[in-house]
Design a binder for this molecule. Structure first.
Ligand code: KIV
Length: 303
């Protein structure tokens, strides 16, 4: 058995997919074999475990958690400590998928040294196997690679640049802008990024960039021509409250399911239908009888 394989345990038996551990080099191999890579965000033990057991290749602890879990308006407020907390939970759940942690806004923008120091925390303290950085940060990608930390780049619509972009807008909308983005993607790969997320770009741009890149691209709102796809977990299962973006496909309506389960629970508490006798613990028969006898004696004394 190779070091990257897990012995079959209770958790692993639940997997439909192969248990060979997904690594950064394995993702490059998938590009060579033209086998699409599945990626999904997760922020806690339960959802990460479900994603892993479903055979997802890359689990991203995305800073989108600021919005979909913590209710912030954008991703900017989330801190390194908060991201570490969620990365640890995901790490405890995942056996097969590659665990990637998003470096939050402000954790790598001041200096390359600060970026490397924060990335080390994600690997050392939280068990991340790669970190994701937004934008064409070639020097940082190089320094992280030198520090043995695998890098996932993120280009196109980069949510941490929301104020500079003036909103969440599709990027690379002209041939010239596609050429610039392609140059950035190539330079990022040359600097060491082993995977590049392309977000919010026309499908033609993503396909062109993907074809010319030595490392896999993972698209979100970038069309079918990428080497893989990623979605935000809450979008995929219908746990968001605003209308979904054009690129989202909802595979379930968990929001409706959970809302109706909670409403039914509330109703059954209010009309005493929950809990039932079967859902209650009982005294052993002898203790029940002793309790009853004591109650009867008290009632007799009162009468
Ligand atoms: O934070 C996130 O969820 C992401 C994905 C959208 C790629 O960066």
């Amino acid at each position: 058995m190779s070091l990257t394989e897990f012995p079959a345990g209770a958790h692993s038996q639940l997997h439909g997919a192969s248990l060979t551990k997904v690594t950064m080099p394995a993702l490059s191999e998938r590009k060579r074999q033209a086998k699409p890579i599945s990626a999904l965000t997760a922020y806690d033990y339960a959802t990460a475990r479900l994603a892993d057991e479903a055979g997802i290749d890359l689990v991203l602890v995305g800073d989108s958690l600021a919005m979909v879990v913590l209710g912030h308006e954008n991703t900017l407020a989330i801190t390194v400590d908060e991201m570490l907390h969620h990365t640890r939970a995901v790490r405890r759940a995942v056996r097969r998928a590659l665990v990637v942690a998003d470096m939050p806004f402000g954790s790598y923008h001041g200096s390359v040294a600060e970026g490397v120091a924060n990335a080390v925390r994600f690997v050392k303290d939280a068990g991340a196997e790669a970190v994701k950085i937004e934008g064409p940060r070639f020097e940082l990608a190089h320094a992280l690679t030198e520090a043995e930390i695998p890098v996932v780049g993120h280009l196109g619509l980069t949510p941490q640049s929301v104020h500079r972009m003036g909103g969440y807008r599709v990027q690379a909308r002209t041939a010239e802008a596609v050429r610039r983005l392609q140059a950035e993607a190539l330079a990022l790969a040359e600097a060491g990024a082993g995977v590049i997320v392309l977000e919010g770009v026309p499908r033609e741009a993503a396909a062109e960039i993907t074809a010319g890149l030595p490392v896999p691209t993972i698209g979100i709102g970038a069309g079918p021509g990428c080497d893989g796809q990623i979605l935000v977990f809450h979008d995929l299962v219908g746990l968001t409250f605003a209308p979904p973006a054009k690129f989202v496909r909802r595979y379930a309506d968990a929001g409706a399911l959970i809302r109706s389960a909670i409403a039914q629970y509330r109703e059954e508490v209010e009309n005493r239908a929950f809990p039932s006798d079967e859902e209650s613990y009982h005294l052993p028969a002898a203790e029940r009888q002793a309790l009853k006898t004591a109650q009867q004696a008290r009632a007799l004394r009162k009468a």
